[in-house]
Ligand binder design. Structure first.
Ligand code: GLC
Length: 649
């Protein structure tokens, strides 16, 4: 359709649905008509030639109107307030925590009762790990969803979720939930019908009569869980067919080449918006398009679909930002913010998985050269977009940066990666880390790392060894890691338990629904009696909790940390120190982090390279003031220490 025909078509549709174009619904109608062109052209790029093109395009537009009409007044108001703030999610005042409702607080109701804990810590944004129905024992931590709209009974009810969201809103907290876009549980109604032979629903998935195409695809598709779920296809005896299962055998990949799938899943996206989600975490978006002869990851069509979803959300629930959980190579991650005409018009937020892994690299080696060599793609983040900045999350740590980055830092990639894996698995001589390798693939020699922040930083072993020195080092490393995460830019997302130095929890080994997946070692069950120790002087819990609190408060007080521009790295005068500058018109901050077990020295000259030369620097962490010395004198960072230095004159 040409633009004016499309406009007339859109207007007629709005009128048919009793949208008050002139008054009450004016803003919505304007957005709808403004975005229509882009929505249509993106839709046509994927489905233009599809037999169901017209019917599904109409269904998609009707969906936008329907969910707008059902958007609760509170969130309509919140949309307006957010629009006034501009890119609200760039704010330095937001700090998040990611948690499992049941493991953290028993239930949604229990969590509602615990909101004051977050306030005490300074956290005002929660990522609840999946809460919708998911079969116990085959749930992948909730990422195998059997009903996208029904809260799983183990967490409570839909009403409990609503009550939690209401209370969070009253307390000005933000919420993130997941949409598991790539797959459903094999217990989902669509999968059940497909299994029973219903061809309409078989088309919702990738079904094959024999192994011909699966065999071809297997040649190029990397395995995600090679140990627990090798291959990417599962035989379904009920219908004598093979189905695509990229993750676990019980997670069936949705087929987005069928427009009915997109329309149905978009309905779920908008439904979550109407629950009151502030940031929607799009789980595993890299995988949503499959094509023979490719890795079936990060394909251009996946980006088109995300852009289309973004346009739709922008129309119906503009206050909801989108996070693309793309844990992929650095050059690929950045593309989820959009490219070409769609720069900053795809996902608003992405995980800074590269930086996270680089910090672990530096912890293991005491050397920041790889971190520095890998910054180029990270610094391409466009204005209006931001990172989730994190040290640990519920998943494994993938050393996803490229070999050339390691080479640039002067190391052999194979030996370097082997060292890191051995270090975190605790096999390397002298390693204090207590982690484990996850998803070891003997064919590619690839492996990722599991383990809690505290255990990977050495606390578990140091306690076992009763070594005060190693305990001190571990505690410093924990806060060093969190500090760099907090000041790098982006929304810091803590992982529950890390604020209290929880070490690995090995109870998962006793649970057959979990024992095959060692990521559960770093997904602890909170012990609220133990958590009281955060109030006991000289306990680890007290030290880490109060220092985390202080980091959050310091960040909140410094507007210059809002993510309106990317960091500027300082010239590396010392390989053990990562240093960058955050600046706006009023404030200039030098943030330095020492990854070495002894003190590190940085020439004062390093502070004189970025515009006006400071003479006094105030450290927001230690509270000390420093007089900037001569070029042959040094600023000294303590072992595993850091400084957040503001230029005061
Ligand atoms: C995401 C989740 C991970 C899950 C996978 C499959 O990567 O973070 O936990 O296993 O998607 O849904």
């Amino acid at each position: 359709m040409n633009s004016s025909a499309l406009h007339a078509f859109g207007t007629a549709l709005l009128q048919a649905h009793k949208i008050d174009i002139q008054k009450k619904d004016k803003a919505f109608a304007e957005r709808f008509l403004q975005h229509l062109d882009a929505i249509e052209s993106l839709f046509n790029l994927i489905y233009g030639g599809h037999a169901k093109r017209n019917a599904s395009f109409d269904a998609l537009l009707e969906s936008l109107i329907h969910y707008y009409q059902n958007r609760p007044a509170t969130f309509l108001k919140k949309d307006i307030a957010k629009e006034k703030k501009g890119y609200w999610y760039l704010s330095n005042e937001i700090t998040g925590m990611s948690l499992y409702v049941d493991r953290f607080a028993g239930s949604l109701h229990g969590l509602t009762e615990k909101l004051n804990y977050f306030e005490e810590l300074g956290v005002n944004f929660l990522h609840l790990m999946p809460v919708f129905e998911s079969p116990a024992g085959e749930s992948d931590g909730g990422y195998a969803v059997s009903d996208f709209r029904k809260v799983d009974a183990r967490f409570g009810s839909n009403e409990d979720l609503n009550a939690l969201i209401k209370k969070m809103n009253d307390q000005n907290m933000y919420l993130m939930l997941d949409i598991v876009l790539n797959h459903t549980s094999h217990h989902h109604e669509w999968a059940q019908k497909a299994k029973a032979g219903d061809s309409y629903f078989q088309d919702f998935f990738y079904f094959y009569d024999n192994r011909d195409i699966p065999n071809q695809l297997d040649q190029t598709m990397p395995e995600i869980f090679p140990e627990s779920s090798p291959g990417s296809f599962t035989y379904i005896p009920e219908c004598n067919k093979w189905v695509m299962t990229v993750f676990h055998h019980y997670q069936w990949d949705l087929n987005y080449s069928n427009p009915d799938v997109l329309v149905a899943m978009l309905g779920n996206v908008l439904h979550y918006a109407n629950l009151g989600v502030d940031i929607l975490r799009i789980d595993a978006p890299a995988f949503i398009w499959k094509q023979l002869g490719t890795t079936c990851q990060n394909l251009p069509q996946a980006h088109i679909l995300l852009r289309l979803i973004k346009q739709c959300v922008q129309v119906t629930s503009p206050g909801m930002a989108l996070l693309g959980e793309a844990i992929v190579a650095p050059d690929e991650i950045i593309k989820y913010f959009g490219t070409d005409n769609y720069v900053a018009k795809e996902c608003d937020v992405a995980y800074n998985a590269t930086q996270m892994a680089l910090q672990w690299d530096a912890i293991a080696t005491g050397d920041t050269r790889v971190m520095l060599a890998a910054q180029h793609p990270i610094l391409q983040k466009p204005y209006g977009c931001t990172w989730i900045s994190y040290t640990r999350c519920h998943d494994d740590i993938g050393l996803g940066y490229d070999d050339y980055m390691i080479e640039r830092a002067g190391f052999n990639p194979y030996h370097h990666r082997t060292y890191l894996k051995n270090f975190f698995a605790g096999w390397q001589e002298g390693s204090v880390a207590a982690g484990a390798l996850f998803s070891v693939n003997p064919k590619t020699n690839d492996a990722r790392i599991s383990g809690s922040l505290a255990s990977l930083c050495g606390l578990e072993k140091a306690v076992e060894w009763k070594s005060d020195m190693e305990i001190e080092n571990a505690l410093r490393k924990i806060i060093l890691m969190q500090a760099q995460t907090m000041f790098m830019g982006g929304i810091p997302m803590l992982f529950y338990g890390d604020e209290l130095a929880y070490t690995n929890d090995y109870s998962f080994l006793q649970d057959p629904g979990k024992s095959y997946d060692n990521r559960w070692m770093h997904r602890p069950i909170m012990n609220w009696t133990r958590n009281e120790k955060r109030k006991e002087a000289n306990s680890f819990e007290q030290r880490i909790f109060s220092e985390t609190q202080k980091l959050i408060a310091t960040r909140k007080a410094l507007n210059v940390i809002s993510d309106t521009k990317n960091v500027t790295w300082m010239t590396p005068h010392n390989i053990h120190v990562a240093g960058f500058v955050r600046a706006n018109e009023k404030t200039k901050l030098y943030c330095l982090f020492n990854y070495k077990h002894t003190a590190s020295f940085v020439t004062w000259y390093a502070f004189k390279e970025h515009g006006e030369r400071p003479s006094i620097l105030h450290d927001h962490w230690s509270g000390q003031d420093f007089k900037v010395g001569n070029d042959n004198e040094y600023f000294v960072l303590p072992p595993y220490g850091f400084a957040i230095l503001e230029s005061v004159t």
